[in-house]
Ligand binder design. Structure first.
Ligand code: TXA
Ligand code: MG
Length: 329
């Protein structure tokens, strides 16, 4: 089992020293927990892939403490600088042209690198103490649900890592937005996330393309393109809005005893043990914060089939449905 370390200065130093020995540490971020290692050290980075059982063709995100460090690892254009100014530190990852300091192992030999500066204060303290950036994918076995608290990491990777740095419950609950800004005229959202397309377009008064709109022109593999991503072990079915009432009435008649049903908000009247909900009133931020925890909870429950209600595709709903669709695949 891994040791869960409270975020004291002493423990942050222990993590730092461990990382300096080419080892990995699970770290809290505002999005999901990450499995971190020295991004400039191939021996260390290799351990991330091994522990996660992640294929080497899936590149990692490099985390920096300060935006000032970005130019060491990537080429910045004007749009990238503006996005950094607006959203860092925060849940925004930029795909930029890579510089040679970043080993090919990190980027799966792509000519680009994904970089972000995270917001979580404990992760920032650790990054500040280090003389190198940290490569960190989500701290889950490849293909499984991302972790939003230390117990999730302990459960699925605890046997294989020494330390999990405790940063509490991840406040956003889903992974960062990834934008490919290599072509300034065609910024492309490779993975929708907490910084939403509508907010970006309004702020910058321009189009941000979705990956679907630009794919075809790019050889870069899209993040999460692999079908079975963020998936529970049990079958997960999407409930369309039109089928919801029917399903709930079937449930009333105990025809779905075997199934867990995840709703967007607390049901007003219905009471049944197999009903779960992601928020009190349908608030998208609350749904986001609870999504992965609830998926893990039902995956470990006695129910053998899982249902989840679809979410309206507006604002953060786009990112949430992206994750849910992949989980339900
Ligand atoms: O919120 C997050 O981004 C979390 C926390 C830990 O920072 N990290 C995270 O990492 O979600 P990961 O490895 O689970 O997802 C990163 C995605 C992968 O799907 C990968 O394919 C994509 O980013 N990616 C990394 N480098 C890329 C690149 N150069 N071009 C295109 N996609 C890239
Ligand atoms: Mg991941």
């Amino acid at each position: 089992m891994a040791e869960i370390l409270e975020p004291t200065n002493y423990n942050i130093t222990r993590c730092k020293e461990h990382l300096e020995c080419s080892e990995v540490v699970a770290v809290p971020t505002e999005t999901v927990y990450g499995l971190a290692a020295n991004a400039l050290d191939e021996v260390a980075v290799k351990k991330i892939f091994e522990i996660k059982k992640r294929p080497l063709i899936d590149p990692l995100i490099v985390h920096v403490h300060s935006s000032n460090q970005t130019h060491l690892y990537a080429e910045l254009n004007i749009l990238a600088k503006k996005l950094i100014k607006e959203y860092w530190p925060g849940p925004l990852t930029l795909v930029l042209k890579k510089k040679s300091k970043i080993p090919d192992l990190v980027t799966a030999s792509l000519p680009s690198v994904a970089i972000r500066s995270p917001q979580h204060p404990t992760f920032r303290k650790l990054l500040k103490a280090l003389s190198f950036p940290l490569a960190a994918p989500s701290a889950n076995p490849f293909g499984y649900i991302s972790p939003t608290q230390t117990m999730h990491v302990q459960h699925s990777l605890g046997e294989n890592i020494r330390y999990i740095l405790n940063g509490g419950y991840s406040k956003l609950g889903i992974e960062s937005t990834i934008i490919d800004v290599q072509d300034e005229n065609k910024p492309t959202i490779l993975r929708p996330g907490p910084i939403t397309r509508d907010v970006l377009e309004q702020k910058f008064n321009r189009t941000f393309f979705s990956h679907k709109e630009t794919s075809g022109n790019s050889a870069i593999p899209a993040p999460g393109l692999l079908d079975n991503h963020y998936s529970p072990k049990k079958p997960l079915m999407l409930i369309e809005e039109k089928d919801l009432q029917n399903l709930l009435s079937k449930n009333e008649h105990s025809k779905l005893k075997n199934c867990a049903i995840i709703l967007n908000k607390r049901p007003k009247k219905l009471k049944a043990e197999n009903l779960f909900w992601l928020s009190e009133n349908g608030d998208l931020n609350e749904i986001s914060k609870n999504l992965y925890h609830t998926l893990r909870q039902v995956d470990e429950s006695q129910y053998s089939i899982l249902y989840i209600q679809e979410i309206e595709m507006i604002h953060l709903g786009v990112a949430l449905m992206d994750r849910i669709r992949k989980a339900a695949n």
